[in-house]
Design a protein around this ligand. Structure first.
Ligand code: ADP
Ligand code: MG
Length: 287
């Protein structure tokens, strides 16, 4: 049976916008060894802005037309930027997305894809050296780069700048002082991920992983200790469900809301510390 103080704690937490489905999750938190963070939307605002486009308005127009259909934070940035530039977007005749890779579809009869290298491979498109070099330079600065391609050809690329969330550094360091190891598990490129990790004082980074691989990394970490996964829910359902405790922050999609032993946080990652504190307090009362 769940001790009364835990039940009370769950109620208190709810008042603070922390929704705990299974009280056991709180009891487990105390033993956390790793807290694995998703990057885009979780450690960063996930409200990225376009900082540069390789290929001009033509590339931007195609990408934005397609991204209108996507819910990814990167997509919103591309669409917003195209609107700012008063581009007239087209409605895709077809659209689909590949989690952790990007989106593809057809616009005015032309196949278009936006995303990472996996998307390029899917389109049978090579990465021209000049685009690769540009992308590399952007990533060195911590930007995320997505490519735009059509069947058999890379058309250009878009660099997107995302800001680290206020309070993220403090949250990470609070965990570190408790002996919990922070880890980044992201679908983004290594360079961009490392730039964010460095700013936050996180030394363990798994990058370039798709949603399934995120869950596998969580699984592997679990063999070394209790793992908490913190994600914004976009593409993170599997990792959230695989972790000993999943913490879905912010708007978390409906998929994430259904995942296993999850705690839902209204608000951002600063609330993660709140949850750990609630857990500490409750467990002190239980003993
Ligand atoms: P994270 O793990 O950091 O939250 P995601 O798994 O959501 O990142 O996405 C990983 C990568 O997949 C992105 O960095 C991007 O290259 C690509 N991607 C995913 N969705 C989209 C999209 N709608 N438009 C463009 N690129 C996308
Ligand atoms: Mg994310």
């Amino acid at each position: 049976a769940t001790p009364l103080s835990v039940v009370v704690g769950v109620g208190r937490a709810a008042e603070k916008g922390v929704l705990i489905k299974r009280p056991e999750a709180l009891q487990k938190l105390r033993e956390a060894r790793y807290v694995a963070f998703d990057k885009t939307g979780t450690l960063t605002l996930g409200r990225p802005r376009v900082v540069a486009v390789w290929g001009g308005d033509e590339v931007l127009n195609l990408a934005a037309s397609l991204e209108q259909k996507s819910e990814h934070p990167l997509a919103a940035a591309v669409v917003e930027y195209a609107r700012e530039r008063n581009l007239k977007l087209s409605e895709p005749e077809f659209f689909d997305s590949i989690p952790g890779a990007g989106v593809y579809g057809r616009i005015n009869g032309v196949a278009v894809a936006v995303g990472n290298e996996k998307i390029l491979r899917g389109m049978g498109a090579e990465l021209p050296p000049e685009v690769a070099k540009w992308a590399e330079e952007m990533r060195e600065q911590g930007y995320t780069v997505v490519y735009v391609a059509t069947e058999g050809k890379t058309l250009g690329a878009i660099a997107v700048g995302d800001q680290i969330r206020e309070g993220a550094w403090e949250a990470v360091h609070w965990l570190k002082t408790r002996g919990v190891e922070p880890v980044i598990v992201t679908g983004d490129h290594e360079k961009s991920a490392r730039a964010v990790a460095k700013k936050l004082g996180i030394s363990v980074v798994y990058s370039g992983v798709d949603p399934e691989e995120k869950a596998k990394i969580v699984e592997a970490l679990k063999s070394r200790g209790l793992v908490v996964f913190v994600g914004d829910g976009v593409n993170d359902a599997a990792a959230l469900a695989t972790a000993d405790v999943g913490i879905a922050v912010g708007t978390g999609t409906d998929v994430a809301k259904e995942a296993g032993d999850t705690i839902l946080l209204r608000g951002d990652i600063t609330k993660v510390v709140e949850v750990f504190k609630i857990s500490e307090k409750i467990m002190r009362n239980v003993k």
